[in-house]
Design a binder for this molecule. Structure first.
Ligand code: HEC
Length: 223
């Protein structure tokens, strides 16, 4: 009488074997530092970047855009250095995505000036006739709600104090509303006059896009 003729014993033993296998290959690595690399170059999102990220999630940009450059020659040539695990240390949740309707955005930071993004968000078709990306010009008509920024940063454990969070918001506001902001003209074109003096959802979105991959470019420059 082999074990094959004892279904209950067999089921119990196979469950035990699978359980041990799962613990060893999934749960133990989950808590090992080597699977959670951190880099001093990769900084947590600032409050404004985080708000932009939340709008990115709200609008489902990740349904058309991935944020992972795969280590394939074609992708590295197109987007730049492939994605590294430490880049996602502060991504909760991560936005790797799976549908590549639009280009990957993991290296978009610094690729274009802010003015390009204002214009593109307002009308993708105005720049690329055949683009199937929807226009998001109305993001500039929504003032940015920073009411929960302090709380969000705290929950995500980014380590900024309340004072720092408020300073980040003021600093970014000062940047985009300055008379000598390099993208002032385009921002003024897309933003209703009444909202130009404050931050809009569009401003936060662009702050977020400009952050993507920027840390890695700094890391490469330092190597
Ligand atoms: C229906 C699919 C779709 C959605 C949804 C979408 N996009 Fe796009 N996106 C595209 C396509 C296609 C392109 C390439 C053509 C173009 O630039 O318009 C693109 C291009 C871009 C680019 C320029 C990339 C580059 O390297 O030139 C950025 C930045 C971008 N999208 C951001 C966003 C953001 C932010 C959102 C959400 C607010 C969003 N997209 C939503 C399809 C989409």
């Amino acid at each position: 009488m082999g074990i094959n003729s004892k279904p209950v014993v067999f089921a119990v033993l196979s469950a035990a074997v699978i359980l041990v296998g799962t613990i060893v290959t999934v749960f133990i690595p989950m808590f090992m530092p080597s699977t959670q690399p951190v880099s001093k170059f990769v900084k947590p999102y600032t409050a404004v970047e985080l708000e932009g990220r939340d709008i990115y999630i709200r609008e489902g940009c990740n349904n058309c855009h991935t944020q992972t450059v795969r280590p394939l020659r074609t992708e590295v040539l197109r987007y730049g250095e492939y994605s590294k695990p430490e880049e996602f240390a502060y991504d909760r949740p991560f936005l790797w995505g799976s549908r590549r309707t639009g280009p990957d955005l993991n290296r978009i930071g610094g690729k274009y000036p802010d003015s390009w993004h204002y214009r593109h968000m307002q009308s993708p078709q105005g720049m690329f006739e055949k683009s199937n990306m929807p226009p998001y010009g109305w993001l500039a008509e929504n003032p940015l709600d920073t009411g929960y920024s302090v709380k969000k940063i705290k929950v995500l454990q980014y380590g900024y104090s309340e004072k720092e969070v408020l300073a980040q918001i003021e600093e970014y506001k000062a940047k985009v509303t300055a008379m000598d902001y390099d993208s002032k003209d385009t921002r003024d074109q897309v933003t209703p006059a009444a909202l130009r003096g404050g931050l809009t959802e569009m401003d936060a979105m662009i702050a977020y896009l400009q952050k993507l991959g920027r840390d890695v470019k700094n890391l490469e420059a330092a190597q």
